[in-house]
Write a protein that binds this ligand. Sequence first.
Ligand code: HQG
Length: 185
Amino acid sequence: MSLTKEEVRISRRMSMVLRHRPEAAGLTLDANGWVPVADLLAALGIGRDILDAVVSGNDKSRFAVATGADGVERIRASQGHSRRVAVDLGLTPAQPPAVLFHGTPRQNVPSIMRDGLRPGSRHHVHLSPDVATATRVGRRRSGDIVVLAVQAAAMAAAGHVFHRSDNGVWLTEAVPPHHLGEHSE
Ligand code: HQG
């Protein structure tokens, strides 16, 4: 199911509020990144039907909805938070597959091969489980991209911790250059 133009616009606003600037909408995330659904609806001035359409029609399942022990229904972003928004997603460490992928504009490659992959303004480096997803991620930024292969199992064996977000994105703090190479089909 794909979103209408208006739903995509609201999805972007929800990402902005739930990952980067909750205070801009007058919201405070709890320690694990959740806000009451009712508060988000009020803050964005949207109805429940459109929120449900955005959550269920989202191509990447960017948002998760859950009812707490207190009976309050809450929503959070599954990944992608800014470093300045202190949330603990409470993800358990997971054993990654042998290889994960990262798509990036070609111009970044010399610096990545020198310094490794860095989280930048986010909490983690984001890695994709397959080449097609990595290609899509890279193309957000440039038409000329490189897909890097990350030796994830070797990194895990060397002590690096990996998490898998609710929507299947692999997260780790940083990837040193010696675990990276250009992927060729
Ligand atoms: C690059 C989207 C130079 C890195 C996607 C990337 C993803 C370096 C950019 C999620 C570098 C950061 C994250 C270094 C990393 N030198 N460039 N040493 N280390 N970079 O957006 O992975 O649609 O923060 O390659 O699907 O592109 O928002 O990370 O190009 O899952 O749900 O620095 O965002 O999800 O860019 O994307 P980003 P990303 P959503």
